[in-house]
Structures are given as structure tokens and as C-alpha cells.
Design a protein around this ligand. Structure first.
Ligand code: NAD
Length: 517
């Protein structure tokens, strides 16, 4: 198996929402494993975004008028196409990002899960529902959901298909159009994802993918859309939130993390150690919900560490388009530099490398060994800052209380993992953690795959949620329609005027005896 041929990338680049691509500068995308060019995409401009938004507005009016079930049916067809073409999608993802095959598969599965959940749940969640009116009998009230209009989606490079096209699915089912900007390093993943949506019957103008730099294309999207969904760093998210705030448009963001795993005595250390390898090094650690801090109770720390290091050493690092490797490449020189810098900083200040610690140019230009540190202290960069790479630190703790305190000692709050003596002990620890998702007896994947539950970050890890009802309803404007019948709030003709207001108050006080008040 190998990267798709050049013709495939040419076909995908023609799907970029750019009207005269021949007039645009192009960006060449290289295969991460080798550095060899795969193909090129036209670089979008702010005018391209303006045109895409205008077309999207026209398409959206017709789309929003269709029944939800019809919109959901397009997404169901899409899911079937994703399953059918899963190997192709994984090939594109691997070629562009350098991730291992199983990590690419997780991404494709995420797309399938999102398509299934939202297409099944949306007709129920979006249907108008009755609520008790202000005054019984006199008021009949219902909540309906209007779409926002044009949703802007700005996505990062690490899960580039899921976080651009996957996040478009609920927005589309809710009746919106989408203008999406993939990261400049990963346009083909988004274009491969959208190609199948068009084949499933989605009108082209409803979901425009405009490749280009954040400062140009991203800025134009923020200035023109009616709602922004952003996934990326906390720093960029803060700037975008300010700009959305100035425009008074809705904003949700999935940002960075410095995610902890807690292992207590009584936990199954064999399972915890093996799962920790996946949890720390999925996509070579370039995953917002991957684990970077391991808090292990003193009594089991030596045994856990021994098992964990053995499992890390057994993990296969390398470039391959099949399932024969466990850990792939980093995506860029910038990522390689950041990981190397965190390791060098920690070791120069006294941290000990238990395994890994070096780049592996023999495997490809951007490989770095899965690295485990101990003796990490507050002065070291990797203590608080997100590395976003294959680097994890082990911290022995005296008690569960200390583990919880340390795990919560961060401005982030995205994901956490707990391994305890029993499931219920794990759930009790989970309840004390400041994190949007917690996995008991796993690292991150079940929380990501549970699309019926909201997912997102507390603290500087995010605003709002993807997945679950919230992940759909955020793309809507709830509208409450309250109909007044029989009498309005003026006193009836024969009612004594002075007694009318006390009468209303008596009714208001009595309402507490009715259900739903
Ligand atoms: P980034 O913030 O640098 O870039 C993300 C996207 O924003 C890219 O498409 C980029 O072009 C665009 N962008 C950058 N500056 C912009 C600007 N001024 N205006 C408009 N758009 C702009 O993030 P990154 O380094 O590419 O991604 C890594 C970060 O993303 C990590 O911190 C990671 O934790 C986070 N992340 C979070 C999640 C999540 O679900 N919470 C998922 C994946 C990645």
C-alpha cells in the first residue's frame, strides 16, 4: 500500500471552492512520511470566501426549507459512502498527516459515528416541542429551532477530515450552509471528506471548502459567517472569540489540553499500561485529548512504570500504509522542534528520560520516539504547557486526593482517564475532575466515540460542546412562540379593575402546584 496517485490529488484540488483556480497561487502538499510532493491546491483569498458565503446563503434558504428527515437522509447516504471508501479516506489521511493506519481509522470511524448519531437524533431534537405557557389554558407555547444561516468552520491539521467535515454534519442537518477552512497543511483530507458528501447528494454551494491561510481565509470567514465553530489552539481561539464577540455572533471552540491519567492501587496495571500507550501516543501525541500527565499511586508506581515502559518499547514506530505500525510521524518541522525543545528543556533541568527522547531521521524526516519522562518539576516547560507530541511524564502521588488535586492543577480541562480498583471507584474520581470528558478504564477513544454525549473543554480547553444534543442545537436559534387565547393580560370588561392585578398575582402564586413550573 502507498499514498494515492497524483491524479487523485488533482481531482480533489478541483473541489476547492475557488472559482478561477488557474489565477491563484498554489500550495504544494508533501507526503509527511517522505517529504515528496503529493499535489497542490489553489490558495484561497478573502474574495473567494465572500463569493462562497454569498452562494451559501442562496443554497441555505432552499436547504432549510426541506424537512429535517430529507437533510438527514443525505447524511445517511454519506455514512454509507464513507464505509465503502474507508480505505481511500485512510490513505489520504495518512499521506497528508503521517499518522499510523489505526489512527486514520479512528478518524474515519469518528466521521461514521457523527453521521449516524446526528442523522438519527436530529429529527427528534429539532422538532418543535410544547412547553407550559405562562398561564394555563390562556397560553399555548412551543419552541422551534431555526437555523443560524452560514456556519464558519476553521479546523486544525491533526484530525483534518473529522474536524472539518465531521463538524459540518450537525450544522448541515440543522439547516445551515457551511464555509470551511482546513489547515493549510491538510487541505486534501477535507476535500476527500467533502467529495463523498457531494456524491451523497449535498448541493455543492452548501458546503464550501476554501483552503488558505488563517489570517486571510480564516479572517474572512469570521467576518462573514453567522456562527463560528473553531478547533485549534487556545491562543488562536481566544483571538477568534474576541472577533466573534465584537460581531455578536455565536462561537464554539474546541481547544488544547494537558490531559491527566490517574492510576490508583487496585487498578489492573497490565490493562492500564497497554492502554496508556494508545492514550499517550495516538497520532504521535498530536491529539487534543491524548494523555500528557500520568499520576500513579506510590504503591504501584514502580510496577506500573515497568509495564508501561515495556509496552512503549514494544510499540512499532514507522511509516506504513497498513496496520503494521503503532505510532506514525509528526506532521511538521515546527512540531518536531517543539517536542525536541520540551525534552531538551526538561532534561537540562534534571528530568530523567525513561525511554525515547530522540528524533528518528532513519524512519522519515519527522519521526520522534515515544518519550517518557520522570522527575518533571514546575520549572520545566512540559509541566504545564501542552506539548502536542509523543511526550508524557510520570508523577508518583501519595493518595487519590493528591492525584485529583494535581490532575486539576491546570488551566486546561479537556479530557482525563482514570484507572482504579473498581468501576465505581473510577466514577467517584471522575466526578471530582475538572475535564469535559473522563474515560474510566480507557484513555480517550470511548468518550470521543460516544457521539450521543457532549464533548468539549472546561477552562481554556473550550467554549461550548461538539456531539450530543448540544452539538446540534448550538447551530440553531431557538424561537419560542407563545399563543394567547380567550383572554389577554388586560382585565376582562366586567372584572373590577383594582382587583385584576392581585388576581393575577394569586394565580402566579398558585402555579407552583402545577407540574412543570
Ligand atoms: P492553530 O490554532 O494554530 O490553527 C488552527 C486553525 O486556525 C488552522 O486552520 C489555522 O489556519 C487557523 N488560524 C490560525 N490563526 C488564525 C487567525 N488569526 N484567524 C483565523 N484562523 C486562524 O492550531 P494548530 O496548531 O493547528 O492545532 C493544534 C492545536 O489544536 C492544539 O492546541 C490542539 O490541542 C488543538 N486541538 C483541539 C481539539 C479539540 O477538539 N479540543 C482538536 C484538535 C486540535
Amino acid at each position: 500500500m502507498s499514498a494515492p496517485e497524483a491524479g487523485v490529488f488533482e481531482r480533489l484540488s478541483a473541489l476547492a471552492a475557488i472559482d478561477a483556480p488557474g489565477d491563484r497561487q498554489r500550495k504544494t502538499i508533501a507526503e509527511t512520511f517522505t517529504g515528496k510532493p503529493l499535489g497542490s491546491v489553489p490558495i484561497g483569498t478573502s474574495e473567494d470566501v465572500a463569493v462562497a458565503i454569498d452562494k451559501a446563503r442562496v443554497a441555505q434558504a432552499e436547504w432549510a426549507a426541506r424537512p429535517v428527515t430529507e437533510r438527514a437522509a443525505v447524511v445517511q447516504r454519506y455514512r454509507a459512502l464513507v464505509v465503502e471508501h474507508r480505505h481511500f479516506l485512510m490513505d489520504v489521511l495518512q499521506a497528508e498527516t503521517g499518522k499510523a493506519r489505526w489512527a486514520a481509522q479512528e478518524e474515519v470511524m469518528g466521521l461514521m459515528f457523527a453521521a449516524r448519531y446526528f442523522s438519527e437524533a436530529a429529527p427528534r431534537l429539532l422538532s418543535p416541542h410544547k412547553v407550559p405557557g405562562a398561564f394555563p389554558v390562556l397560553n399555548r407555547a412551543a419552541v422551534r429551532y431555526q437555523s443560524k444561516g452560514v456556519v464558519g468552520i476553521i479546523a486544525p491539521w491533526n484530525y483534518p477530515m473529522l474536524l472539518s467535515i465531521g463538524d459540518s454534519i450537525p450544522a448541515l442537518i440543522a439547516g445551515n450552509a457551511v464555509v470551511a477552512k482546513p489547515d493549510s497543511q491538510t487541505p486534501f483530507a477535507a476535500l476527500a471528506g467533502v467529495e463523498l458528501l457531494y456524491r451523497a447528494g449535498l448541493p455543492r454551494d452548501l458546503l464550501a471548502v476554501v483552503p488558505g491561510p488563517g489570517t486571510v481565509v480564516g479572517t474572512a470567514i469570521v467576518e462573514g459567517c453567522d456562527y463560528l465553530m473553531f478547533t485549534g489552539s487556545s491562543e488562536t481561539g481566544r483571538g477568534l472569540a474576541e472577533r466573534c464577540g465584537r460581531r455578536l455572533i455565536g462561537f464554539s471552540a474546541e481547544l488544547g489540553g494537558k490531559n491527566p491519567m490517574i492510576v490508583t492501587k487496585g487498578a489492573d496495571l497490565n490493562k492500564a499500561a497497554k492502554a496508556a500507550v494508545r492514550a499517550c501516543f495516538s497520532n504521535a501525541g498530536q491529539l487534543c485529548i491524548s494523555i500528557e500527565r500520568l499520576y500513579v499511586e506510590q504503591e504501584v508506581e514502580a510496577e506500573f512504570t515497568e509495564k508501561f515502559i515495556a509496552a512503549v518499547n514494544a510499540a512499532r514506530l514507522g511509516a506504513s500504509y497498513d496496520y503494521s505500525t503503532d505510532i506514525g510521524s509528526l506532521i511538521s518541522e515546527a512540531q518536531l522542534e517543539k517536542v525536541s525543545k520540551h525534552v531538551a528543556d526538561a532534561t537540562s533541568k534534571g528530568a530523567k528520560v525513561l525511554t525515547g527522547g530522540a528524533s528518528r531521521p532513519d524512519l522519515g524526516p519527522l519521526f520522534f520516539e515515544p518519550t517518557v519522562l520522570t522527575g518533571v518539576t514546575e520549572e520545566m516547560e512540559c509541566f504545564r504547557d501542552e506539548t502536542f507530541g509523543p511526550l508524557v511524564s510520570i508523577y508518583p502521588v501519595d493518595s487519590i486526593e493528591e492525584a485529583v488535586r494535581s490532575a486539576n492543577d491546570t488551566d486546561y480541562g479537556l479530557n482525563a482517564s482514570v484507572w482504579a480498583a473498581s468501576k465505581s471507584a473510577g466514577e467517584r474520581i471522575a466526578a471530582q475532575l475538572h475535564a469535559g470528558t473522563v474515560c474510566v478504564d480507557e484513555g480517550y477513544a470511548p468518550a470521543w466515540g460516544t457521539t450521543a454525549a457532549p464533548m468539549g473543554g472546561m477552562g481554556i480547553s473550550g467554549v461550548g460542546r461538539r456531539h450530543g444534543p448540544q452539538g446540534l442545537l448550538k447551530y440553531t436559534e431557538p424561537q419560542s412562540v407563545v399563543v394567547t387565547r380567550y383572554l389577554n393580560l388586560d382585565p376582562p370588561r366586567l372584572f373590577p379593575r383594582d382587583l385584576w392585578q392581585p388576581f393575577l398575582m394569586a394565580i402566579a402564586r398558585g402555579l407552583r402546584h402545577l407540574p412543570g413550573r
